[in-house]
Write a protein that binds this ligand. Structure first.
Ligand code: NDP
Length: 255
């Protein structure tokens, strides 16, 4: 089977023999991504902070697919742990080919209500942790390496008040991605960023109080699923000639 560009379908076991690290993968988009990459043939490390049991369930699900997996407690807000997860993955699974920077936190609310602690926390997880993990991964990866970062539809369209801090943090990932693509391109390593729209997870449940408003902001009129984002990650993990660019998986939120 060959890659079908129109549907972003990839070959079976495209990632056979590859090692992936997905940050923040005890649940939500990260967990779906870990499973999808395993289905494509990758061995997978997942990080978590609080969800040990849930992360271990993801590991068991990956192993049931015949792939190796490890769960690592690593807080992306901690500089040593963010970079250290890359090293631990390489040591435990024998290298690193795909880094998925998925861990993220959202603090939404009026500008005047955001504390310095909020600013530091969101930037530490959403920006500094991504930077440090990418830096560590770049040092580990060889040609064919992939850095795939989860941004947000809020960088393309902020539909209302309350998003200053979150949009600021996620917007930084566009510059980082483009600069990584330029810096790592000569080594055959790609970097791309995915902007999910409203996706049904614990962070943003499709039955939450603001869900109908969010669904109405999309062209398709509905929330997306974590699997729909994971499909784009899998495509980018297998794509050779795609780098430095942004992909919206947002149901038309930016249209
Ligand atoms: P969830 O809140 O459902 O899951 C978050 C995951 O990240 C959990 O596995 C959690 O682990 C982990 N995590 C949280 N903080 C940290 C940290 N400091 N270090 C390491 N891991 C951490 O989020 P989603 O799946 O919805 O979101 C995933 C990504 O997608 C985020 O970057 C988010 O900003 C982005 N996104 C989500 C959208 C949505 O509508 N859901 C829309 C646009 C972007 P634990 O279980 O241990 O807490």
């Amino acid at each position: 089977m060959t890659t079908t560009h129109a549907s972003l379908t990839t070959t079976d076991a495209t990632l056979h023999g590859k090692v992936a690290l997905v940050t923040g993968a005890s649940r939500g988009i990260g967990a779906a991504t870990a499973l999808r990459l395993a289905r494509e043939g990758a061995d997978v490390a997942v990080t978590y902070v609080n969800g040990k049991e849930a992360a271990e369930e993801v590991v068991r699900a990956v192993e049931a697919l015949g792939r190796r997996a490890v769960a690592l407690r690593a807080d992306s807000a901690d500089a040593d742990e963010a970079a250290g997860a890359v090293e631990r993955t390489a040591q435990q699974l024998g290298g690193l080919d795909v880094l998925v920077n998925n861990a993220g936190v959202g603090v939404l609310g009026p500008l005047e209500g955001l504390s310095l602690a909020d600013v530091d926390r969101v930037l530490a997880v959403n920006v500094r942790g991504v930077f440090l993990a990418s830096q560590a991964a770049a040092a580990r990866m060889s040609a064919g390496g992939r850095i795939i970062t989860i941004g947000s539809c809020m960088v393309q369209r902020v539909p209302g008040p309350g998003g200053t801090l979150y949009a600021t943090s996620k917007s930084a990932l566009i510059g980082l991605t483009k600069a990584l693509a330029r810096e790592l391109g000569p080594r055959g390593i790609t970097a791309n960023v995915i902007h999910p729209g409203p996706i049904d997870t614990d962070m943003n449940p499709a039955d939450g109080p603001y869900a109908p408003d969010q669904a109405a902001l999309t062209a398709l009129g509905r929330f997306g699923t974590a699997d729909e984002v994971a499909s784009m990650v899998a495509y980018l993990a297998g794509a050779d000639y795609v780098t430095g660019t942004e992909f919206a998986v947002d149901g038309g939120h930016a249209a």
